[in-house]
Design a protein around this ligand. Structure first.
Ligand SMILES: [Zn+2]
Length: 154
């Protein structure tokens, strides 16, 4: 039987426990990027002067010309909503009565996919200015979740 031919007798899904252990590292750029979010509530990008691009999140090399990027720039906490969606289902497949807005917030020449907050879904428009709302410093762990969500700039 080929991998492309599905066994119609095989179960589609099953529930059980599967122990998995791993260790994820952010890498050189991610370490510095998330440490800045945690320690100072700053979002950093790195600039490629060959390509005139500021990468957000910061990277250590330019994906276009492979130049090492050493110029770290505080790009601020404000971006522009590039696109968004509403999540009507939870991870367990259950229906969410209050859809959760998630968007791609363009910052410099990159951006972050994140939760949108402090707004009704009807108020969300492409191009609206959004600002990162950071968790209180004592609650930050060095993760993208240190940004609680992006909120409208008023
Ligand atoms: Zn470049």
């Amino acid at each position: 039987m080929s991998l492309l031919i599905r066994d119609t007798q095989a179960p589609e899904k099953w529930f059980d426990e599967f122990p998995v252990m791993n260790r994820y590292t952010y890498g050189l750029a991610g370490e510095r990027f998330y440490r800045a979010i945690k320690d100072s509530g700053q979002i950093f990008g790195t600039r490629c002067y060959n390509c005139h691009i500021t990468y957000v999140p910061a990277r250590i090399f330019c994906e276009r010309c492979f130049t090492e990027l050493t110029d770290w720039i505080d790009v601020g906490a404000i971006g522009e909503l590039y696109t968004f969606t509403l999540l009507y289902k939870n991870l367990d497949g259950s229906i969410n009565e209050n859809p959760i807005p998630v968007g791609f917030v363009k910052i410099a020449d990159g951006g972050l996919i994140h939760l949108l907050g402090e707004m009704n879904p009807e108020e969300i428009t492409i191009g609206m200015k959004l600002k990162a709302k950071f968790k209180p410093k004592r609650d930050r762990i060095g993760s993208i979740t240190d940004i609680q969500f992006f909120i409208p700039v008023k």
